[in-house]
Design a protein around this ligand. Structure first.
Ligand code: GLV
Length: 311
């Protein structure tokens, strides 16, 4: 059996897989061509097209991340090979840390204190009760649920949204287009943790952003395509003409890296991070990867992604 690994710090993944499958040949994608071809499995994050194109006998592709959008857009992706993805695998906790940080940033007025500090302005801000700070989580997959749960544990009222109806303890669940509008009208912070699909593209467009209450904030650790960036900039406004959106914490963008000249970089009420909210933690994810390979080898049923749906 041959497994080819492509991800940052691939050598550590290679070692972990070689330990789990001592009889297998486990190589990283920078191995010479003859060594990386004829793989049985690819365990990959953002694989280059040539790695996909040159394979002839793949039995499965393991996406070493939660979103499969990048993989599905890669030229050379075979159409007849099952694709599986990681589910939570430690990313939920990392994402929840990121989102909780973002919620607290506005809830405890850290954004305002940063601005005040520029003017040596000592001015405590009023702290409202957490019950007055409902947070909306769009996307209730494994990671979205984890995030929602952590926010709930932190005593924020949490409203969750998914395309189809769901019932989750501790969450007020909404679904469908009307449900989304209803949710947006009530939340102080909205968090987008949806996959990048045709159905989710610009799910927060100008019209939807307009439904958020005055002073609401936006956190996007999901995918850049979820938000119409131009509409967000307009909803944020500028110092002379502030819009109704208070601020945004953005980890993902329509184009990554975010181009140098992009106006989001310069906006004083936007915090930008370089797609780092939830990098796949090897220690939590490796068992899932091993289980996938074992299940494929044993001919067991695995839950594959649906390329049409995009997740
Ligand atoms: C990261 O962006 C992931 O999809 O895992």
């Amino acid at each position: 059996m041959k497994i080819v690994v492509h991800i940052d710090e691939a050598a550590e993944w290679q070692q972990a897989l070689a330990d789990a499958f001592p009889d297998a040949q486990v190589v990283t994608s920078d191995a010479p061509a003859d060594q990386r071809q004829n793989a049985d499995y690819l365990a990959v994050w953002k694989a280059p097209a040539h790695l996909l194109e040159e394979q002839t006998q793949l039995k499965g592709i393991i996406n070493l991340g939660a979103g499969v959008d990048y993989l599905l857009k890669t030229p050379g992706l075979p159409t007849d090979v099952p694709i599986v993805k990681l589910r939570d695998a430690g990313m939920g906790e990392l994402m929840a840390d990121y989102v909780l940080y973002g919620v607290l940033h506005c809830y405890r007025s850290m954004d305002r204190y940063a601005a005040q500090q520029q003017h040596a302005n000592w001015q405590p801000q009023h702290v409202v009760a957490k019950s007055q700070w409902p947070v909306g989580v769009l996307g209730l997959g494994a990671i979205g649920r984890y995030v929602a749960d952590v926010l709930h544990q932190a005593s924020f009222p949490v409203l969750g949204w998914s395309r189809s109806p769901k019932q989750i303890t501790g969450l007020r669940c909404y679904h469908g287009d009307d449900g989304l509008d209803e949710l947006l009208g009530q939340v102080q912070t909205v968090v987008t943790i949806l996959p990048d699909t045709a159905a989710t593209r610009h799910i927060l467009d100008a019209e939807r952003l307009a439904k958020l209450p005055d002073g609401a904030s936006v956190i996007n650790p999901g995918r850049g395509s979820l938000i119409d960036e131009q509409a967000l900039l307009e909803a944020l406004g500028n110092d002379s003409q502030p819009g109704h959106i208070r601020g945004a914490l953005l980890d993902v963008f329509e184009e990554e890296p975010l181009p140098d000249e992009h106006p989001l970089w310069q906006h004083p009420r936007v915090l930008i991070t370089p797609h780092m909210a939830a990098p796949t933690p090897l220690s939590d994810a490796i068992d899932q990867v091993i289980d996938y390979v074992k299940a494929f080898e044993a001919g067991e049923t695995v839950t594959t992604i649906d390329p049409e749906a995009g997740y």
